[in-house]
Design a protein around this ligand. Structure first.
Ligand SMILES: [Fe+2]
Ligand SMILES: [Fe+2]
Length: 135
């Protein structure tokens, strides 16, 4: 069962972003499944790497639009991205070095951050970009 399902109330009404959000949630679900199935460290590490890479890719895609259309809250939005990217990278390193294991708490943190960020911050740029023809 997915720990976090994409639902329509997460729409930002920009096709590329909505698809990327769905993909991000699907990686989080893969990670949760792998943890519950007690997959070995290499498998978990691979999914954590995929999550870090895709998060970075998604943030860059979003920030390109925010910059291009001079969204007034670009700096604040980028700072939120940076915070999460740093948390994910830190965990990735600690996990790979055997200093931390994957836990329900970590999954909960990742899931909650992504969900809240989409609902509060991403949906905030949505009308601004839609009005400028980005859909
Ligand atoms: Fe964002
Ligand atoms: Fe986003």
């Amino acid at each position: 069962m997915p720990i976090i399902a994409w639902t329509e109330d997460m729409l930002v009404h920009i096709e590329k972003m909505d698809n990327q959000h769905k993909k991000l949630l699907s990686i989080l679900n893969d990670l949760n499944d792998a943890m519950l199935q007690e997959k070995d460290k290499e498998v978990l590490s691979g999914i954590i790497n995929a999550l870090a890479d895709y998060t970075y890719y998604h943030f860059m895609t979003e920030e390109k639009y925010l910059d291009q259309f001079e969204y007034p809250e670009t700096t604040r939005h980028k700072n939120e991205h940076r915070y999460f990217a740093e948390e994910v990278t830190r965990f990735q390193q600690q996990f790979d070095q055997g200093e931390k294991t994957l836990s329900g708490d970590i999954i909960l943190f990742l899931k909650s951050w992504v969900f809240n960020h989409i609902r509060k911050s991403d949906q905030k740029y949505s009308p601004f970009l839609n009005a400028r023809g980005v859909t």
